[in-house]
Write a protein that binds this ligand. Structure first.
Ligand code: NAD
Length: 418
């Protein structure tokens, strides 16, 4: 993994790559490469022992031309201003790629949640929600879960906001628990779009998913669901990993049993259903048909990309390839299906949750999954037709061409406020 690559610069490079296939003036494009605003704040939190700790938190609102800012909140020691800016920009282009009416935002708190009690995490989250209150709202900016946040944190943010605003507005955040206004199918949605992208990709490339070997890096929400659903398609998931390392079995792993082991023990390490434990680097360079990076950004740099043996990469994580890795993959003719399509299921079902919250009318899970399938397969078709009709060198660039065109058109139609 490369820590030196600045993800915000990676985003800007991806936009430049795609812009070469579009005819927008540099000033329009410049606007689309920078966030509209970034909140940087220092939260003072009382610890259980009475001491006070200060933690840094951010919220970037990148672009609102297509709708309210939308994007997750991440708790991680590496959270930085540039990381949040990049992630908020990827949200803009992800929402545009799948055609849902949102702009992009992203937030984060720089901390390791493992070092805090549940009560401390609640105070930290509510303190952040208080800082966010003037910026968020169902028509302004709608946070959601990301790395190390989930339903519990979203419920706290909703409750803090509603209490301070003296209202009920469940659509102010998505990814809530079902009884707090969450949508059925939201937890599985990111993994489901990874599966749908994989299914469409194999079909498009004329490859058989039945019996295809798969390695998955990162076994949290996105990775573990993606692994289970591609296994359901008939693929053979031979290796999965988390931050403790990788487990491997040539005959295929039982993805559900591996997940149970991780839930019980906190890590994949020691999972008895595997024949071998490997390093994360070994997993990323295994000879498999499909690699699904589902951990963090910059997991694969240029050097590692030279070693990747998978023929197809479907990105569950945001920004798992550095720009250099991306160039290497393109040169080596590895088919990389980009994050802004493959993991868009999360934000798409967040959109469904928001629609249901606003209508106060809730869908069954089948409807959620059917609508998601329609949106992802339509976006996939748009991707391949753009790939074939331009001479874009990669599926990523082709997807950005689709997305940037939609955002730039909305920006131009909005005009410039004096
Ligand atoms: P998560 O916290 O549930 O899981 C992350 C997993 O990655 C954990 O298993 C962790 O142990 C593992 N990990 C961390 N560092 C690793 C390393 N160096 N090597 C191997 N594994 C490592 O997070 P998540 O929600 O699954 O998110 C994962 C990625 O998917 C992130 O890039 C996130 O932005 C993206 N994503 C998630 C969603 C969602 O709805 N959850 C939506 C879109 C994108």
């Amino acid at each position: 993994m490369s820590d030196e690559v600045n993800p915000f610069e990676s985003l800007q490079e991806q936009i430049d790559d795609a812009a070469a296939y579009l005819e927008y003036s540099p000033d329009v494009l410049d606007r689309l490469k920078h966030p509209e605003r970034v909140l940087e704040t220092n939260l003072s939190i009382e610890m259980d022992d009475g001491s006070i700790e200060v933690v840094k938190a951010f919220r970037s609102q990148f672009n609102g031309d297509r709708g309210p800012y939308k994007g997750g909140v991440r708790y991680h020691p590496q959270v930085s201003r540039d990381e949040v800016k990049a992630l908020s920009g990827w949200m803009v282009y992800k929402c545009a790629a799948v055609g849902i009416p949102y702009g992009g935002g992203k937030g984060g708190i720089r901390l390791d949640p493992g070092e805090y009690s549940a009560d401390e995490m609640e105070r930290i989250t509510r303190s952040f929600a208080k800082e966010l209150r003037p910026l968020i709202g169902e028509d302004r900016d709608i946070p959601a879960p990301d790395v190390n946040t989930g339903q519990r944190e979203m419920n706290w943010i909703k409750d803090t906001y509603e209490t301070l605003e003296n209202t009920t507005e469940p659509g102010v955040v998505t990814g809530k628990a079902k009884d707090s206004g969450g949508s059925l199918g939201r937890v599985e949605a990111t993994g489901r779009s990874v599966m749908l992208t994989t299914r469409e990709a194999f079909d498009y490339l004329g490859k058989d998913i039945e019996g295809a070997t798969v390695a998955v890096q990162g076994y949290g929400n996105a990775g573990s669901v993606a692994a289970k659903l591609v296994e359901d398609l008939g693929a053979n998931v031979v290796a999965v990993s988390d931050s403790s390392g990788a487990v491997y079995d040539a005959d295929g792993l039982d993805t559900s049993a591996a997940k149970d082991h991780k839930i019980e023990t906190g890590s994949l390490s020691g999972y008895e259903g595997a024949s071998e434990e490997l390093s994360n680097e070994e997993l990323l360079t295994m000879d498999v048909d499909l690699l699904i990076p589902a951990a963090l950004e910059n997991a694969i740099d240029g050097d590692l990309a030279e070693e990747v043996q998978a023929d197809v990469v479907v990105e569950a994580a945001n920004g798992p390839l550095t720009p250099e890795a991306d160039d290497v993959m393109t040169e080596r003719e590895v088919s990389v299906f980009p994050d802004i399509l493959a993991n868009a299921g999360g934000v798409t079902v967040s959109y469904f949750e928001w629609v249901q919250n606003r209508q106060r009318f809730y869908w069954n899970e089948q409807r959620v999954n059917d609508e998601l399938e329609r949106i992802i397969t339509d976006a996939f078709d748009e991707l391949v037709s753009t790939y074939e009709n331009t001479d874009a060198p990669s599926f990523r660039t082709a997807m950005y061409v689709v997305a940037i065109e939609r955002v730039a058109t909305a920006a131009e139609q909005s005009g410039i406020w004096p």
